[in-house]
Design a protein around this ligand. Sequence first.
Ligand SMILES: O=C(CO)[C@@H](O)[C@H](O)COP(=O)(O)O
Ligand SMILES: [Fe+2]
Length: 227
Amino acid sequence: MASPLIAPSILSADFAKLGEEIAAVARPGETRADWVHVDVMDAHFVPNLTLGLPVVQSILKSTDVPIDCHLMIDDPDRWAIGYAEAGAYNVTVHVEAAADPVKLAKNLRAAGAKAGLSVKPGTPLEPHLETLKHYDTLLVMSVEPGFGGQSFIADVLEKVRTARRLVDTGHLKLVVEIDGGINADTIEQAAEAGVDCFVAGSAVYGAEDPGRAVAALREQAARLRVS
Ligand SMILES: O=C(CO)[C@@H](O)[C@H](O)COP(=O)(O)O
Ligand SMILES: [Fe+2]
C-alpha cells in the first residue's frame, strides 16, 4: 500500500494570510502536504459559509500542491464543474446533494479532475456502491459537515472498512479519504481501518508548526496502516 496521504484543511487556517498558510505546508520534504483540502460551504447544504470559485482560482495560482475541493453545497450538478475546469486535482461532491452523481462524475473527469463522492456520518454506503464505480475518491465524513474542530465519530470507520475491502478485492478503485476530527489521538484507528488520505484541519493549523504536524501525522498513520 502506498504511503498515507495528508491533506491539511485550510478551514482552520488564518484566511487573512491564506497564501502563507498554504506555503507552510508546501515546502519540499516530509513536511509537505500531499493535497491541500479546501472546504466550500454555501450556507444551504451546511449551516456555514466559507469561500467559492474565485478564491479557489487564486489558491490554484499560488501553489503547486494538488488542491482537494470538498463541496458542501446544494446543486453540485451545476457548480462542481467550475472547480474541475479551474484545475482542482480532486473535486468532491456530497451524495446527499447530487441529483445525478454518475453524470456529474463523468463531467468532472472529462474536465480533467478526479471525481470524489462524500457521505455524511449518517449516510449508509451500500445504496451508493454502484455509483462509486464512477468515482476516484470516497470522502467519509467523520463529523457532521459544516465546521472544523469537532470530535471524531468512530462509527463511520465501518464504512471505511467496507470500502477498503472492496478496493483490496478489486471491486472498486478508490482513494479512501476521511474528514473530521483527525488528530494524533484518532488517526491510528482510521489508519487501521484502511484510510488512504487523512484530512486534518485543526490538528495542522492549530499546531505551532503546521508542516511538522503534517509530517508527524503521516508517520503515525504509516505505522498503523493495514496491508
Ligand atoms: O469538511 C470539513 C468540515 O465540514 C472538514 O474538512 C474540516 O475542516 C476538518 O476540520 P478538523 O475536524 O480536522 O478540525
Ligand atoms: Fe472537508
